[in-house]
Design a protein around this ligand. Structure first.
Ligand SMILES: Cc1ncc(COP(=O)(O)O)c(C=O)c1O
Length: 409
């Protein structure tokens, strides 16, 4: 791992060479990377203009090599490096994930997807009859069903109606009442890419003594995040979209100050400190940090891949990644407008994200999407509109291919 190279050219081979037992080196420093060298590590880029990273992002060679390095270790050594894996994941990988989002390593738990993090909060809090949860009425279902299911405890939802595709902080403030325990929302909306004002929302929740739970899967990996400047209690994101990490990986963040308010809804041998003393049953104390939410062995192969993906983001720099992505969506919007398309995404600078939705009364999005795919351009259809979501491996040429593949209006 000390050989992690800035240009990444041989990184796949290097990852393969390193058995997991050598993963204990001090490698938290990630050298600076450049966009072109990183893009060369995405085989999909040679074939397609892949603009659908908000659905499932493609994996790069380093991510696959890291995942394979872990599998090779289990093939060759069975369980023998188990303590090393656990230490590496706990100390090194969590430290890097924490750095990416401005958190502490002890506030990070591995989960298998965003939904698992949201469900952990819904099923873990000690609800009382008459409590309510404030929720925008255009959330992804993962951030709806877990709250609907609390009706059996007498917990209700107070919906915030979107206004022109936006959720103003003032509308959230109006929805909060005496019995509101928690506000839960997507930092970036999946359907139109609206970016919430996280700072104002977290300040509002802090002032009103309400917990704040964030679905950040459409934010992390595209936009920079510094949780140390926000009062967010819980936050979850899967690895398979903007992180360009393996499916089945995800992160659940639990603010240190909120830890005591969330008893783990699932417990197992990993929830407590003495995981090797299997017959010494003792559930009087959980592991000190968010690690208590990991009930058992986690998806280590996927997590090793996620670590490589996080290294790439840190090497490029989260702010530079954000600038790159917002630059691509801005220029795409300008070109699309000039060709007669209408932009559906909220478009004030503070409301923009990596997602861009567009439409025309003269075109059927559902019919266009397969035609674009056949032309080597991958987009999504959400809410009857075309949605693109370029990542750091995309460039102006990919946008150009999209423009050329679209019909003229
Ligand atoms: C806003 C939002 N939340 C949650 C999900 C589901 O993510 P996961 O599969 O990680 O639970 C999606 C997937 O499209 C999403 O867009």
């Amino acid at each position: 791992l000390e050989d992690w190279e800035p240009n990444l050219l041989h990184i796949a081979d290097l990852w393969r060479e390193h058995a997991v037992k050598s993963f204990v080196g001090e490698d938290t420093e990630v050298p600076a990377l450049d966009f072109a060298s990183v893009a060369a590590q995405f085989p999909i880029k040679r074939k397609r203009a892949y603009l659908n990273n908000a659905s499932i992002g493609p994996m790069s060679e380093p991510v696959i090599a890291a995942l394979n390095a872990f599998l090779d270790d289990v093939r060759d050594n069975g369980r023998n490096n188990y303590p090393t894996w656990c230490r590496y994941a706990e100390e090194q990988i969590k430290a890097r994930v924490a750095r990416l989002i401005g958190a502490r390593a002890s506030e990070i738990a591995f989960v298998k997807n965003t939904t698992e993090g949201l469900v952990t909060v819904a099923n873990g809090l000690d609800w009382r009859e008459g409590d309510n949860v404030v929720l925008p009425r255009f959330e992804y279902p993962s951030n709806v069903y877990c709250w609907m299911r609390l009706a059996r405890f007498g917990v209700s939802i107070r919906w915030v109606e979107p206004q022109d595709g936006r959720v103003p902080v003032g509308a959230i403030a109006e929805a909060i009442d005496r019995r509101t325990r928690l506000v839960s929302l997507s930092a970036v909306q999946f359907s139109n890419g609206f970016r919430h004002d996280l700072a104002a929302t977290s300040e509002l929740c802090r002032e009103r003594g309400v917990l704040l739970n964030i679905d950040a899967i459409q934010w992390v990996g595209a936009l920079a995040l510094n949780l140390s400047e926000l009062a967010v209690d819980f936050l979850s994101f899967g690895g398979h979209k903007w992180l360009l990490a393996p499916i089945g990986t995800g992160i659940f963040y639990c603010n240190t100050n909120a830890l005591d308010r969330l008893p783990p809804p699932h417990v197992g041998y990993h929830s407590v400190e003495k995981s090797e003393a299997h017959l010494d049953y003792d559930l009087t104390a959980y592991r000190p940090g968010a690690a208590r939410f990991e009930a058992a062995l986690e998806n280590f192969p996927g997590i090793w891949g996620l670590d490589a993906a996080v290294k790439i983001l840190l090497g490029l720099g989260p702010q530079r990644v954000q600038d790159h992505i917002l630059g691509l969506t801005a220029s795409a919007a300008e070109d699309l407008r000039s060709r007669g398309w209408r932009i559906a995404s909220p478009w004030k600078p503070s409301e923009r994200s990596g997602l861009l939705s567009f439409f025309s009364a003269a075109a059927q999005a559902e019919q266009l999407e397969p035609r674009l795919r056949a032309a080597g351009v991958d987009v999504a259809v959400r809410d009857g509109k075309l949605r693109i979501s370029p990542s750091y491996f995309n460039d102006r040429q990919d946008i150009q291919r999209l423009l050329e593949a679209l019909p003229s209006l």
